[in-house]
Ligand binder design. Structure first.
Ligand SMILES: [Zn+2]
Length: 276
């Protein structure tokens, strides 16, 4: 998308042949969402005199409307597509953890610690005082389902419900269940999104507990332009993603959200939406 003919007074005019998004990112690496400085139609009207209407609906288009608030975009599946891009990244990360954990040495029956390997004549090492536990450590039979290529359905051994969270991880031996629900919201609305998900799943969690399972809900967020919320990092750490792997995981989630929003932005005036 070439830049329109330069007018005076605009910050990015000196950088020709760049996408709007790229140019804005160059100048406002952290602030563009806060200050609404992307060239939304209303801003363009102010800056370069572009028409206020955009092609998807009649609502005056603000950045927020285009990227998170348009009902037409929603019904066309644009936001779901972005959500699933981020979910896929998250699923790849958690699947890696699940496989690594399940391949660890078996657990002693009745104990939630792996059997330490001690050579003859050697003293067993004392457990370190450092917090190294993670939520997966107590079992080796974790299974995972993601609501992506196949419709997620709760294993009947846990509960029967029509609710479809984004991802579940469970261990039958430990009767332990983790529910992950991802949102890719407007970044100022992250807290709100989190609260909404907690309410949505509170009854289900209570029922699961009644069935004798331990369960935990993780409503996590990655903001539409790549801000990875603290709750998301906490989930990753809780499942044993640490150090360099954690940094990499956060980056991949952030990039998935940002890239997808970028694509939605570029496609904002294209009435057709088809994702291969
Ligand atoms: Zn709209």
């Amino acid at each position: 998308m070439p830049l329109p003919a330069p007018k005076t007074g605009c910050l990015w005019m000196k950088i020709p042949n760049k996408d709007w998004w790229e140019v804005v990112m160059l100048h406002f690496p952290d602030a563009e969402a806060t200050y609404d400085v992307l060239p939304t139609p209303s801003n363009l009207n102010q800056w370069i005199g572009e028409d206020l209407s955009w092609h998807l609906c009649q609502t005056p288009a603000t950045l927020r409307h285009i990227l998170v608030g348009c009902k037409t975009s929603l019904s066309q599946g644009r936001y779901t597509w972005r959500h699933n891009q981020v979910l896929r990244q998250l699923a790849i990360i958690l699947e890696g953890r699940r496989i690594t954990n399940n391949a660890l040495p078996p657990l002693r029956p009745g104990f939630s610690e792996a059997i330490p390997f001690v050579r003859a004549g050697q003293l067993p090492t004392k457990p370190t005082t450092k917090m190294e536990t993670n939520l997966l450590e107590s079992a080796r039979d974790w299974k995972m389902q993601v609501d992506l290529d196949q419709r997620l359905s709760f294993p009947p051994e846990i509960i029967s419900t029509n609710l479809r969270p984004d991802l579940i991880l469970w261990s039958t031996s430990q009767k332990s269940l983790f529910i992950v629900e991802l949102t890719v919201p407007w970044e100022a609305a992250i807290g709100e999104a989190n609260e909404r998900k907690r309410l949505k799943y509170s009854d289900l969690l209570a029922e699961v507990v009644q069935q004798g399972w331990r369960s935990q809900l993780f409503p996590v967020e990655v903001g539409f332009r790549g801000f990875v919320a603290m709750v998301t990092t906490r989930l990753l750490k809780g499942l044993g993603v640490t150090g360099q792997a954690l940094r990499q995981a956060v980056r991949s989630l952030s990039e998935a959200a940002e890239r997808s929003s970028n694509w939605l932005w570029l496609k904002r005036k294209d009435p057709k939406w088809a994702v291969k």
